[in-house]
Design a protein around this ligand. Structure first.
Ligand code: GDP
Length: 338
């Protein structure tokens, strides 16, 4: 992807911390930053910096003199994993947000970008979902823990902006996919989970592949590199405390996704839907008018994006490994005591 984006705010000597750089989103942001010649990136693996450890996070910010933060680290997971581990999702995501945002404020970070998620909007929000719909109704129960934690992080940014004048901004990405995704069979989101199942069915010459749920829910999907371009645009030119939706503004049914997936993977057998698995929220598509007014728009169609993600997964051996619980960029908390 080429672009003639001009940066005046993000200077090449700025120290940029991408938290969660090994995950789907963080990795895409690092790739885009490097493509634009930003080499002054500060990156830490989970083993090098545990974002759940407040004291370690404070020491890191004190010593590293960070100018910009892309806060992409989070405990993430698909519908099933998320619904069964809600205590872990709420705890880890609250801790990561609180530790990083507070340390960034204390040690004078110039700007921080926080990632919400379209799944933190109310379950029955009017579609396409506008930013003002946040907190206007009850949440989808399968990811309530995750959503509450993400809302807390988003509101922390807004409040630090209002009370302390900190330029902490947030975006609300739709469902994302691409290289470095978590391809775990049960813990992943729909695209990598389904891709693995279709790939295995093709390899094993299976006559049938099972897709979770009824196939009726509608979802919007954004290729991670398109999101990364949006994140850089926001870092460069958007300073308001109000969050911004980032998506394509277009959705497909899970059934349509399954047929496109079959085409991309080359699976020719039957597709059956397992209605005993949760469907989740019936529809989730974002109104992206505000984001597009900043001059950004997505470039990669679903079919092309799926092809790119599949090529990456094959090359990286993503189907050979069962990824670590919760996703590749997910710090895992010590077991919670009863
Ligand atoms: P959601 O957007 O928060 O509901 O999260 P997911 O990406 O996990 O699921 C999206 C939809 O895809 C749900 O309706 C699932 O039932 C459906 N789905 C179909 N097959 C799969 C699969 O293999 N994995 C996951 N995670 N979801 C699937």
């Amino acid at each position: 992807m080429t672009s003639l984006k001009v940066f005046s705010r993000l200077t090449h000597d700025a120290r940029i911390f991408v938290a969660g750089h090994r995950g789907l989103v963080g990795n895409a942001i690092v790739r885009r930053l490097k493509a634009y010649g930003f080499d002054n990136l500060v990156l830490r693996t989970h083993a090098e910096l545990d974002l759940l450890d407040q004291s370690a996070v404070r020491t890191f910010f004190k010593e590293e003199d960070i100018d910009y933060v892309f806060l992409c680290a989070a405990k993430v997971g698909g519908i099933l994993h998320n619904s069964l581990h809600q205590a872990d999702f709420i705890y880890e995501n609250v801790m990561i947000s609180a530790n990083v945002i507070q340390a960034a404020a204390t040690y004078d970070v110039q700007k921080l970008l926080y990632l919400g998620s379209s799944c933190i909007y109310p379950k029955h929000a009017t579609q396409p979902i506008v930013e003002e719909a946040l907190l206007s109704g009850a949440l989808e129960p399968t990811n309530e823990g995750y959503a509450i934690a993400k809302i807390a992080g988003l509101k922390m940014c807004e409040k630090f902006h209002q009370q302390y004048g900190k330029c902490f901004v947030s975006v609300m990405p739709t469902n994302m996919y691409g290289p470095n995704d978590n391809f775990h069979p049960d813990h992943s989101h729909v695209i990598p989970g389904m891709m693995r199942r279709f790939h295995e069915a093709r390899e094993n010459r299976a006559s049938q592949v099972v897709v979770w749920g009824t196939g009726a829910p509608r979802r919007e999907f954004l290729y991670a590199d398109d999101f990364a371009e949006a994140a850089l645009t926001v870092m460069e030119c958007y300073d308001k405390p109000e969050t911004l939706n980032v998506g394509t503004g277009e959705d497909v049914t899970i059934r349509e996704l399954a047929y496109t997936m079959a085409k991309v993977v080359g699976y020719k057998g039957e597709i059956v839907f397992d209605a005993s698995k949760p469907d989740g929220t019936p529809r989730k598509v974002l109104d992206v008018t505000k984001m597009k007014s900043l001059g950004w728009e997505p470039r990669i169609s679903l079919e092309i994006g799926l092809k790119l993600a599949y090529e990456w997964a094959l090359k990286a051996g993503a189907f050979d490994i069962v990824a670590a619980e919760g996703g590749v960029n997910a710090p895992s908390a010590p077991p919670l005591r009863p």
